[in-house]
Design a protein around this ligand. Structure first.
Ligand code: LLP
Length: 416
């Protein structure tokens, strides 16, 4: 269990608040985050990456709630954004434009314009057509832009196939054979300022080795490019550091920073940036849900939750497993059960044949490590409301996003 979750008088607490108390007030299901946990992760990340003097750009996609972005801003972090929506949120939360990197494989012109107008630090470009579009935009508005080229280093992060991004054939990054063309075009334009190279090899990577391989390859490329007269001052190494989803596998900040530092030794005048998302917020969040029904069945009973795959997509999409804890510590025995949501889909399954303390109908449970790629990936499938988010700060808690109700959803529909 993570550090900020513990049973006090048999009740599961996050920091000093009993989650059942929050549930009574907010209603289930809801996401709940620990402010202290996020702050601790951010401090640990900053401390570990000091060896590289790296700047940290929080990957907003992991959890874009304004209150969380404000914590990142207060800690001095920058942001990695992939849409005008994320850009707007980062700015509203107080992350300065000059600390914002715009990533993504399909940036629209209007989005790039918004970023140019805001004066962001850098665009990580992923294709020649995108580069041409940015040049044209800059020319027409007489604006300059800092750019890095995201390359596909062909290194396997050894993670789930849906979240590996750095191998040949993936849609991400500029293919190596087009790199020189891209660099030439940047050199020809007086509006683009080359900063360097960027990579991101995947997410939920649990060993440091892939990062070593990427850094070694980057060293070679940077040396060659510099020899050819290009000024490369910046390396963006992406995110992807894995967290412990209960199987004991994760990548700690120190190991990965150390490996990067070793592999990059001897490279002078290189500014390093990283873009962690999951590793800063994943551990801090739980999804609290109620067992609506306990359905006896052969071979195993089903615990049917009021949270479904629309609230937490990761199990359905990546066969991810989020550990479950009852909010009430049970003195009863253990049993094997299936844990499912209420959605009309067979993939709406949280756990198959999991051993849990006996949990009765009407009891509540917390699904752990749900702070990253949880709330942000929720949908209203089956016309379900978008569930609220709550932040806990020691003995205080506050709703940081209200429930988006069925009534709210209906307001956007026009009947023809
Ligand atoms: N930088 C770039 C360019 C990215 O594409 C990503 C994540 C990150 C940074 C942050 O990666 P992180 O540190 O969070 O691993 N929905 C999936 C994860 C998708 C990650 C996409 N890119 C999941 O729930 O596991």
């Amino acid at each position: 269990m993570n550090q900020v979750l513990r049973y006090i008088d048999n009740q599961l607490h996050m920091e000093s608040v009993a989650l059942d108390v929050v549930a009574e007030q907010v209603g289930t299901p809801f996401y709940c985050y620990s402010k202290a946990d996020i702050q601790q992760r951010v401090s640990a990340c900053k401390a570990a990456f000091k060896v590289l003097d790296a700047t940290i750009h929080y990957a907003v996609k992991a959890n874009c709630n304004l209150s969380i972005l404000r914590l990142m801003a207060a800690a001095g972090l920058g942001a990695d954004v992939v849409s005008d929506g994320e850009l707007e949120r980062a700015l509203v939360a107080g992350i300065p434009a000059e600390k914002i990197i715009f990533s993504g494989v399909g940036k629209r012109k209007d989005e790039m314009l918004a970023a140019l107008n805001a004066g962001i630090a850098q665009f990580n470009l992923e294709s020649i057509p995108e580069l041409e579009a940015l040049i044209a935009l800059c020319e027409s508005r007489n604006k300059t832009a800092g750019v890095s080229l995201r390359i596909n280093p062909d290194v396997d992060g050894a993670t789930h196939r849906h979240i590996t991004t750095g191998v040949k054939g993936s849609k991400f990054g500029i293919p190596m054979e087009q790199l020189h063309h891209a660099l030439r075009r940047i050199g020809e334009s007086e509006y683009l300022q080359l900063r360097g190279l960027a990579v991101h090899i995947g997410s939920q990577i649990v060993t440091a080795e892939p990062y070593r391989r990427v850094c070694e390859r980057l060293c070679g490329w940077v040396t060659d490019l510099r020899a050819a007269g290009h000024v490369i001052e910046h390396l963006d190494l992406g995110g992807g550091f894995g967290i412990d989803y209960g199987d004991g596998d994760y990548l700690d900040f120190e190991s990965v920073a150390q490996v990067m530092q070793e592999a990059l030794q001897g490279m002078d005048n290189l500014h390093i940036a990283i873009e962690p998302g999951r590793s800063l917020v994943g551990n801090a969040g739980v999804l609290v849900s109620e067992v609506i029904y306990r359905k006896e069945a052969d071979p195993l009973p089903f615990l049917i939750l009021d949270a479904g795959m629309n609230d937490l997509m990761r199990p359905a999409l990546y066969q991810a497993s989020h550990p479950i804890q009852p909010l009430l510590a049970s003195e009863k025995g253990q049993e094997q059960v299936n844990v499912v949501g209420p959605i009309c889909e067979s993939t709406d399954f949280f756990h198959k044949a999991i051993t849990l303390p006996e949990i009765a109908q009407g009891e509540r449970v917390a699904m752990l490590q749900a702070g990253a790629y949880g709330a942000v990936m929720a949908s209203s499938y089956n016309s379900r409301a978008i569930i609220p988010e709550v932040m806990i700060d020691e003995e205080r808690f506050e709703m940081i996003r209200r429930r988006i109700t069925n009534k709210n959803l209906l307001e956007f529909e026009l009947v023809m």
